[in-house]
Ligand binder design. Structure first.
Ligand SMILES: [Zn+2]
Length: 478
């Protein structure tokens, strides 16, 4: 355990690491750079995030598959643009059982090059389409920037969908569906986010268009937590994926991929909602929704314990995940323990509560205590289930909006960059401009055009003054 108490507002980085440790989410002492152990408290939340995403995908007609971790080097090498984007990041196995392999094997950094050769065997007729498959796996990239638990690892958890459609329009609609699914899930997690179409120079290697979600970290950096890409006919063409249309003509289909990053979504949940006492979570993500703490004094133990059990049982029957903490720790230590882990609601029951026929309800998100009549406990908990998520979501959005500023000229851009705001500016679309901005502002990146911002802005590019093509977000990315 860290001895020093970290302050989220003053030192996000230290605070984040100490929460991961104290809430027993991640152990980073594994001993391989960029690889960490996800402990039970982290995997519980990851599992829930997976369930949310998978249920959306399946409701939209996707089916789960599992492709091998290893990709033959010859297949990986086939899509030249794609390999250019990943070649300096892949782990390659060249030996097994003490012998050199005939063909080297790549640990999947993403699975297009594993999946498309099989799609070319599976696809025959237009009647086979669409293909809508996903897998929930870990991927491996040798990140060259400093690795950080959950935020940037060389192994991370995600979902990847690989969809194929007979027409470009079908594939474009899929990208819309991906964006809607992501939004629904991020809403359920109380996250605020920017959604933007990445600039041409910032697309996924091999994509015709790329869209991404960025969450805001408390220190002002943004964190990409999911992407969806329209791949056109790049991969289907390269890997000989084709079909016969209704007239018997051979056609090349269009494809998409969608990659919500589960490790980073968990990081965003921890970073966005947590406070100096530890994790703050909505119902459904924490180990328990409600913890009942009896406050025992000599002479009233029996009555207090009986009432605590009764309340815990009645809430369990209603479907909440409830824990009665009747351990012999002091009430203060119990409060600390469950607050660190982010349990959204605590019910405290002592002598006064027994005598007066009520209970004290503590909300983790606002740290407020309320006295509630015994027969109103269930209704209060149900209300809190909604209110806590709403409170977290509102806070996240107001923090994001407070950080958003419109900047229209070079001088204001340089001045604003010092305070780590997110900027919205007219932009010409040129890579040289983006590179020059990055250099002059200590790392600000063009994150792309906001999807709610489709019109052409008036006036010139914030940097070069040439006619602006669109309004874009600029931020420092983690
Ligand atoms: Zn420009």
């Amino acid at each position: 355990m860290s001895e020093r108490k970290a302050d989220k507002a003053k030192d996000f980085s230290q605070w984040f690491d100490s929460v991961l440790e104290q809430a027993q989410l991640i152990d980073s002492r594994y001993g391989v750079k960029g690889f960490v152990v996800y402990r039970a408290n982290a995997m519980r939340i990851c599992k829930r995030i997976y369930e949310m995403l998978e249920s959306q995908l399946e409701a939209n007609g996707h089916q789960q598959v599992l492709f091998p971790l290893l990709i033959p080097f010859s297949s990986f090498r086939k899509e030249t643009e794609h390999i250019k984007g990943f070649e300096d990041q892949v782990f390659i196995i060249g030996e097994a059982g003490g012998e050199e392999l005939d063909e080297k094997l790549v640990l999947r950094p993403t699975s297009e090059t594993a999946i498309y050769p099989m799609y070319s065997l599976w696809l025959r007729s237009y009647q086979d389409l669409p293909f809508k498959f996903y897998q929930s796996v870990a991927v491996y990239r040798r990140e060259t920037k400093a690795t950080r638990p959950l935020l940037r690892g060389r192994e991370f958890l995600w979902i990847e969908t690989h969809d194929v459609f007979p027409t470009a329009e079908g594939a474009r609609l899929q990208v819309q569906e991906d964006l809607e699914m992501s939004k629904k899930v991020f809403d359920q997690l109380g996250l605020a986010f920017l959604v933007a179409e990445r600039e041409e120079f910032d697309r996924f290697p091999g994509a015709d268009s790329s869209y991404a979600y960025d969450a805001l970290l408390p220190d002002g950096h943004v964190l990409q937590i999911g992407t969806t890409h329209f791949l056109g006919q790049h991969f289907t063409g390269t890997y000989d994926v084709s079909f016969l249309d209704a007239a018997g003509q051979k056609e090349i289909p269009y494809s998409t991929c969608f990659g919500p990053g589960v490790s980073r979504i968990l990081a965003a949940v921890v970073a966005t909602h947590g406070d100096n006492n530890g994790l703050v979570l909505p119902f459904g993500l924490s180990e328990y929704d409600v913890v009942v703490v009896p406050i025992l004094y000599k002479g009233v133990e029996e009555k207090v314990t009986a009432k605590a059990k009764e309340i815990a049982n009645s809430l369990s029957k209603k479907g909440y995940s409830v824990f009665l903490d009747d351990s012999d720790l002091t009430p203060g230590k119990k409060y600390f323990r469950w607050e660190t882990k982010g349990v959204p609601v605590r019910i405290e029951i002592g002598q006064r509560e027994v005598e007066q026929g009520n209970v004290t309800i503590f909300r983790r998100d606002t740290k407020k205590r309320t006295l509630v009549k015994e027969d109103e406990v269930e209704a209060s908990i149900e209300q809190l289930r909604k209110d806590i998520l709403e409170e977290l979501r509102n806070r996240a959005w107001s923090t994001l909006k407070e950080r958003l500023v419109t900047v229209k000229d070079r001088d204001s851009m340089i001045a604003s960059s010092a305070s780590l705001v997110i900027m919205k500016s007219p932009f010409c679309g040129a890579r040289e401009c983006a590179d020059s901005i990055k250099e002059a502002t200590g790392g600000y990146e063009v994150r792309g055009r906001g999807l709610d911002d489709q019109g052409k802005p008036e006036g010139g590019c914030v940097w070069c003054g040439r006619p602006a093509a669109r309004t874009v977000y600029l931020a420092k990315a983690f």
